[in-house]
Design a protein. Structure first.
Length: 278
């Protein structure tokens, strides 16, 4: 690769047209860059990486990246990823999803993937709204925030993404923001190398949908808000509950060891085959 070319170029499909489909200033491109840097730093063979997505703005990411990719149906990224991981357990399987995709129609897949502790890295780009389909409120839309389907404000409490993953049984759970891009790629790198189900919540924004409806300003304004309203875990632990309220806490929130599903499944097959032979 010529020295003047960025690392990302070796991971992008040259036949795809750029600029991409995302709105100018969208944070999803930052997440894609973080994912590329993490994979590059790990030195993974592109043929040993599978990127699976559902439907939505985030779901377009596999279209641009030169890995084994599947652009699947809405909410089913983890279902397809589970089948792939069972069939090819040696592969690094990454499911990239938006908040609506992962936690609404895909909510049960999210819970049971974590419960099984199957070796999938789930990246949830949380922009608190359905972006591509028209700005409807999602499972992570804050209370009182407006959406096209909640013109007078949302009354449903948002799902805490990381807390749900921990409660369901994930072994690695982390949160970053698209403002803290370098930190985010380090979290993704750790998640990819973790044995078992790992989750990275990438907190982003939708300035064209959520931002306009809630008068939050431009993409730059919303990016600055991520900087001002977030705190790393070490600093958060020193805050009082009142000081911590409303803050986005970044960092590794949960990291434990537990048997991974496909290894248990392979051992089960061996035991069953041994029983039949007897």
């Amino acid at each position: 690769m010529p020295q003047h070319e960025h690392t990302a170029y070796s991971y992008l499909r040259p036949t795809k047209k750029f600029p991409n489909v995302w709105c100018a200033g969208c944070g999803i491109g930052v997440v894609m860059g973080a994912l590329i840097r993490a994979i590059d730093r790990l030195g993974l063979d592109k043929d040993q990486v599978a990127l699976v997505s559902g439907i939505g703005c985030t779901g377009r990411m596999p279209v641009y990246l030169d890995f084994n990719t599947m652009h699947t149906t809405h909410g089913r990224a983890l279902a397809f990823a589970t089948g792939l991981k069972i069939a090819r357990p040696e592969m690094k399987v990454i499911a990239i999803m938006g908040d609506g995709d992962a936690l609404a129609i895909g909510g049960n897949h999210f819970i049971h993937s974590a419960r099984r502790n199957i070796g999938i890295t789930a990246i949830v780009v949380n922009n608190e709204i359905y972006g591509m389909t028209g700005g409807q409120y999602s499972p992570t839309t804050p209370i009182d925030s407006r959406a096209t389907t909640a013109p007078y404000g949302n009354i449903e409490p948002p799902i805490p993404v990381c807390e749900l993953a921990i409660a369901a049984g994930a072994t690695y759970v982390a949160r970053g923001t698209v403002y803290h891009a370098v930190e985010l790629d380090r979290l993704i790198e750790q998640a990819i190398t973790k044995e078992g189900f790992s989750l990275v919540e990438a907190v982003s924004y939708c300035h064209t949908g959520f931002g306009r409806l809630n008068k939050l300003g431009s993409a730059v304004d919303m990016m600055r808000a991520l900087k001002d309203n977030s705190v790393n875990l070490a600093a958060a632990e020193k805050l009082t509950p009142d000081e911590r309220s409303g803050k986005i806490v970044r960092g590794v929130l949960h990291n434990i060891e537990k048997p991974e599903y496909t290894r248990l499944y392979a051992a089960l097959i061996e035991r069953a085959q041994a029983t039949v032979k007897k």
